[in-house]
Design a protein. Structure first.
Length: 153
């Protein structure tokens, strides 16, 4: 189960034991915000793309939307999201629980600047009813991201 892989991912770190398992679904930004009693923009949304047949996760603030022009300038390709049924195969987590932790080794992770307006954010934790609260510094460290991008409107 993916949530167990995420818990193992954080073992021995300051985030060990911090995965939140919810009674209700957190599979969408609005559901997650409601379940976590926070504003939707603080949900760290993981968007799954293919760039030259390589899986890429872009982590954006909950209400942010991809700006196609900015995305193309950054990745030199038109934004092409991974099909719903293929997400788990490419990333390692099923839709609704996609997060940048305990993912396949070949997945590139990028953080969008839209996250920086928050002190802490809530990415999913591998299942459609889980999350973890973390600082932006922790997001940088634990995602092993390639860096920051500005690809949202």
């Amino acid at each position: 189960m993916a949530i167990e892989k995420v818990k193992e991912y954080f073992a021995g770190t300051e985030l060990e034991g911090k995965v939140i398992e919810l009674e209700q679904s957190s599979a969408t930004v609005d559901l997650a915000a409601e379940a976590l009693h926070t504003e939707p923009d603080r949900i760290a949304k993981s968007l799954s793309f293919l760039v030259d047949d390589r899986p890429v996760l872009v982590i954006v603030s909950g209400r942010a939307r991809i700006d196609n022009k900015k995305y193309k300038e950054q990745f030199h390709k038109k934004a092409s999201m991974i099909q719903f049924d293929d997400v788990e195969r490419y990333i390692g987590h099923a839709p609704g629980g996609v997060c940048p932790f305990a993912i396949h080794d070949d997945v590139e992770v990028w953080l969008d600047v839209s996250l920086r307006k928050h002190e802490t954010v809530f990415p999913a934790a591998g299942s459609s009813n889980s999350a973890i609260e973390m600082t932006i510094d922790q997001m940088e460290r634990f995602t092993h991201s390639k860096g920051w991008v500005d690809v949202c409107k």
